[in-house]
Design a binder for this molecule. Structure first.
Ligand code: FAD
Length: 307
């Protein structure tokens, strides 16, 4: 029986484990090595780790957790979970079960890219989800925004931080309002509504090719994948979700189920490494406090009975 089970050893789960480990709690951390940023060529925006490969970050983190004998790390896939009298039980792919008084779900999200030839191959190599993560490397070069509607209007304006040469490519109707379209035209932002045939480039994105045979040079294409939870745990516990399929939580990651916390990309909020790590710290810290208070209450009760 563990104090805390954590599902997912990305930045959120690793940081939660560190906080709980340092709080002398007995922790089980499960991970199946499928991080969201597997395709990243360098993790940016985390001060002191800017440009570090995600795999290196995870290795250093695991090495540091090895200093805490009270933190067990299991390389395994969690398939489901349930509430039990003592707290929570999770079940692994091989049928083994583990129990913990508290459960932190830090299993992140899966990205489903648009079905456009080249998107998967060039994911993280010119086809990106986030300009803060990868915009600097393609600054002042031809960029494209692959969004529609209000989100497109927002992202195009944001991307002008990184380059004056931005094209909106919508792969169908842009769903812009007349006013949004007027402003984009006035600012010299081309709006291409033609269907996209493919994106090309050897090791890095070079151009976007449309079905009519025309193409534009492009070094950075920012797209918005459809996202789903990496595990079915949020469903298993009937967590309340937002419109984008992320779990609604309190600021410390709490859910409507006492003892169940969600941290990192899996919860509604920002999606980057430093925010995921911060969310892990919040959840880990709060859970350790909750455990301490419960233990303290039991101690008071048992002493009161004896006296
Ligand atoms: C291409 C790309 C580039 C990015 N670049 C940057 C960047 O430069 N800077 C930045 O700050 N952010 C970047 N991000 C975003 C960043 O990757 C995420 O915000 C961050 O990884 C979220 O951390 P997390 O711990 O919540 O989830 P993750 O890092 O996704 O970790 C979740 C972990 O849970 C595990 N898991 C999932 N399901 C199970 C299961 N059933 N059983 C056991 N384990 C499971 C996975 O194996 C994974 O290790 C990028 C994202 C992408 C897609």
């Amino acid at each position: 029986m563990y104090d805390v089970i954590i599902v997912g050893a990305g930045p959120a789960g690793l940081t939660a484990a560190l906080y709980l480990g340092r709080a002398c709690r007995k922790v089980a951390l499960f991970d199946n090595n499928q991080p969201r940023n597997y395709a990243s060529q360098g993790m940016h925006g985390f001060i002191s780790r800017d440009g570090m490969l995600p795999g290196e970050f995870r290795k250093i983190s695991r090495d540091q957790l090895a200093n805490y004998a009270n933190v067990d790390i299991y390389d395994a896939t969690v398939v489901t979970g349930r509430q039990v009298a003592e707290g929570f039980e999770i079940e692994l792919e091989d049928g083994h079960t583990f129990r913990g008084r508290k459960l932190i779900v830090a299993s992140g999200l899966k990205d489903e890219l648009a079905l456009i030839e080249g998107f998967n191959r060039l994911w993280g190599r010119g086809v990106f989800p986030c300009p803060y993560c990868d915009g600097w490397e393609v600054r002042d070069q031809p960029l494209a925004v692959h969004y529609t509607g209000d989100a497109a209007f927002r992202m195009v304006r944001l991307l002008t931080n990184w380059s004056a040469d931005v094209t909106l490519i919508t792969d169908g109707p842009s769903e812009l309002s007349d006013e949004q379209r007027r402003q984009l035209v006035a600012a010299g932002i081309p709006v291409r509504e033609e269907k996209i045939a493919r994106v090309e480039g050897e090791n890095h994105l070079e151009r976007v090719v449309f079905e009519d045979g025309s193409s534009i040079p492009c070094k950075g294409l920012f797209t918005r994948p459809i996202q789903t939870q990496s595990t079915s745990l949020a469903d298993a516990f009937n967590c309340e979700m937002d419109d984008l399929g992320r779990v609604k939580t309190s600021p410390v990651g709490g859910t409507s189920i006492p003892g169940l916390y969600v941290a990192g990309d899996a919860q509604a909020g920002g999606q980057n490494v430093v925010m995921a790590a911060a969310a892990g710290a919040m959840a880990g810290g709060f859970v350790s406090e909750e455990l301490a208070f419960e233990n303290f209450a039991s101690r008071v009760e048992s002493k009161s009975v004896k006296n």
